[in-house]
Ligand binder design. Structure first.
Ligand code: UT7
Length: 349
């Protein structure tokens, strides 16, 4: 039976951190509100001209170096992003070219914040079928492009004041604008002849909740990009935050219990619950409802905000590098995001 090990990891956060006070220059929000409601203190935004594949490249190089591998050793790239460099093609082939391993199959997964769960399942299948022995999983987001302002200079201390129109637009969209940030995480997975690896996975998608978190613009419109679309703000994410919050705190405890029971382990036996970093209050509620001690649910959202597909690999990289995450431990990965897509996986790493 094939399994896999995480043999390398890396992360990349672009530019300088933007604090909640910085966002308060362009919209009506406060450090106190954002900290209390989300746990976020700062986030990074990549500069204009950089895309998900550029951030991924930096994280991928670190993961390969960590594992002592070369780009030529890769059999497959799984590229998770909800902010691809272009409408098409996906960012995976761009990363392969930038890494210097053109020709390696590179699959883009459009599963938003739950993408890591889908990637783990795809990787597991590729290992079991013998199609791959070394797989690079990326989570990378350049979400600055969908922030509801254009005057980036206004975020700088002492910068120009935003126009009334810009301030009002950013404030209308402040619910999502304060939570998202940019970054990339990379995991290198290598096949082993027997476990460890993926022990169980409880995975779901449900498109009935599309309008709770999505970008209305797209190929249903003719043309798919126009001044009218921008004027109607359909190029910006629409999020019913409370509804998504409710889905996360009800669906994820159920998924965690199911994944643990399918893996034949109790929640007590799990060393780490590595949860998507969307909002500290979501993870705190899930933790309480599941009866899990706080020290088993690591958080780094204060520093990075919600980097969507990148939160889990960034957190895994931090925990591997600071020694918290050790080979042989039992880990439960859980996430819910737009789609909706959600679930939980149990792995022995
Ligand atoms: O990763 C993908 C999945 N996404 C998520 O998981 C997001 C899940 N949802 C959330 O994290 C939370 O719903 C938010 C952080 C987005 C919002 O927190 P909330 O506690 O649900 O606030 P709310 O949207 O119910 O808004 C409460 C109040 C409103 O004011 P009134 O109507 O009570 O006067 C909002 O206008 O807070 C106001 N508000 C803000 N105030 C200051 C909303 N956003 C902000 C803000 N700054 N950024």
């Amino acid at each position: 039976m094939a399994g896999f090990r995480i043999t390398g990891s890396g992360r990349y956060l672009p530019g300088r951190p933007y604090t909640n006070q910085d966002l308060g220059r362009i919209m009506d929000t406060s450090d106190e509100w954002v900290r209390q409601r989300t746990g976020i203190e700062q986030r990074h935004f990549c500069p204009e001209g950089q895309g998900a594949s550029d951030l991924a490249l930096e994280a991928a190089k670190l993961a390969l170096a960590d594992a002592g591998r070369q780009p030529a050793d890769l059999d497959y790239i799984l590229f998770n992003t909800m902010t691809p460099d272009h409408f098409f093609p996906g960012s995976g082939p761009l990363l392969g070219a930038a890494l210097g391993c053109p020709g390696v199959p590179a699959l883009d997964l459009r599963m938003q914040c739950a993408a890591m769960l889908f990637s783990l399942q795809v990787a597991d299948g590729l290992f079991r079928s013998g199609a791959a022995s070394t797989i690079l999983i990326i989570g990378a987001e350049a979400q600055a492009g969908f922030m509801p302002w254009t005057n980036w200079a206004a975020l700088e201390p002492g910068g120009p004041k935003p126009s009334v129109e810009e301030y009002e637009r950013a404030t209308r969209h402040r619910g999502y604008a304060v939570i998202f940030g940019d970054g990339a995480g990379a995991l290198l997975l290598e096949r082993t002849d027997e476990g460890p690896g993926l022990l169980s996975l409880d995975l779901h998608s449900d498109g009935r909740y599309l309008d709770q978190l999505y970008i209305p613009a797209g190929y249903r419109k003719r043309p798919y990009v126009s001044g009218e679309i921008v004027a109607r703000e359909e190029h910006l994410p629409q999020m019913l935050g409370r509804e998504v919050f409710k889905h996360a705190v009800t669906k994820l405890p159920t998924s965690v219990r199911k994944a643990c029971s399918d893996a034949g382990v109790t929640l007590d036996q799990i060393d780490w619950f590595i949860a998507h970093q969307a909002n500290d209050r979501i993870n705190e509620t899930i933790r309480e409802r599941s009866g899990v001690p706080a020290e088993k649910v690591p958080s780094n959202i204060a520093r990075y905000g919600n980097t969507s597909t990148a939160t889990i690999p960034i957190l895994v990289d931090e925990m591997r590098r600071d020694g918290r995450l050790k080979a042989g431990q039992l880990v439960c990965v859980l996430a819910l995001g737009a789609g909706l897509n959600w679930g939980a996986a149990v792995l022995r790493i």
